[in-house]
Design a protein around this ligand. Sequence first.
Ligand SMILES: Nc1ncnc2c1ncn2[C@@H]1O[C@H](COP(=O)(O)OP(=O)(O)O)[C@@H](O)[C@H]1O
Ligand SMILES: [Mg+2]
Length: 378
Amino acid sequence: MVLRVGVVGGGQLARMMIAPAVELGVDLRVLAEEEAMAASLAASAVGDYRDADTVLAFARDVDVVTFDHEHVPQDVLAALVQAGIAVHPGPGALRFAQDKLVMRARLAELGMPQPDWAAVSTTVELQEFLDEHGGRAVVKTPRGGYDGKGVRVVSAASEADDWFAALAEDARGGALLVEELVDFSRELAQQVARRPSGEVAVYPVVETVQRDGVCAEVLAPAPHAGDRLREVAAGIGVAIAEGLEVTGMLAVELFETTDERLLVNELAMRPHNSGHWSQDGSVTSQFEQHLRAVLDLPLGDPAPRAPWSVMINILGGPARGGLDERFAAAMAEHPDAKVHTYGKTPRPGRKVGHVTVSGEDLDDVAYRARAAASSFLD
Ligand SMILES: Nc1ncnc2c1ncn2[C@@H]1O[C@H](COP(=O)(O)OP(=O)(O)O)[C@@H](O)[C@H]1O
Ligand SMILES: [Mg+2]
């Protein structure tokens, strides 16, 4: 019998599950938000993921439902579970990836290292936090943020006035998350796959470089990562995967502080930009691993296939024309580069693809990856 996986959300993460699904012979179906989306070539349905009937109808004839993003509302997830449909990651785990305040509170219970944080509902409370933390802090909207949208460094409480006003209008009310401004030397990401029956697979910790809140580059594994750093990062990843009962891929975004501590920034319960290198650079890509995990199949080897892989995001793309118009030149000049495109129209700052190069020498690999990615920019 053919295994059937339903993915809610038609973005590039769903798109990149298609290739391993074809290889394994898994029937992948996608509930896309609109007609023309990155994962449209596997879209079996188009509809609103916030509508329980739409999602239930989509889920009726698949073996498991999983996700391209974390935004499916809890009541819709509950309706799926109620209907006896396997959902991975489940609603109980997903809520910690849906709301950064809920996540911070739970990570504190688990004893995970994190930045100082507080929930603030008024400018007075925010000002108190600022006064206690040297006058600067990071304010975040707990829900719905991505790529730095919903993250703001402030040095005066009034700089979050618009977000407090929006909270007041939101029927759910609630609070903003405020965090100490972490003095980090770099950002890392730890990925762990976990299947419902408990097996985990741990990827090497990687270094991520963010520009304007958006992931720009990933170096895998993280350079200058000694045994201790690798063990601490892996330990955090496994503790969170098990503590929150995550099923599928988990990414833990981390800060490495200037005094060499690791602090948890945030969580993603799906394939993640920090793991795109694994498509070409590891024995089992994060997309194949996610399918295996949500189907509760034995996990694949996450080990790297080369000493170094560097992934560069193509942000924006050319001002005119599609990425494919650059293929001939890029491929002629960079036969070693693995090019991935998302079928999205180039627009300033938009993630439209990425390039990965693997090899023996980190400086050389990084240089070649950056050069190949720049063939797709003006
Ligand atoms: N407490 C913090 N201190 C310093 N920088 C931060 C802090 N929180 C977030 N950032 C920076 O902002 C980026 C985006 O924040 P994040 O919480 O990961 O939001 P998003 O959901 O948009 O990815 C991080 O990758 C990091 O570069
Ligand atoms: Mg982030």
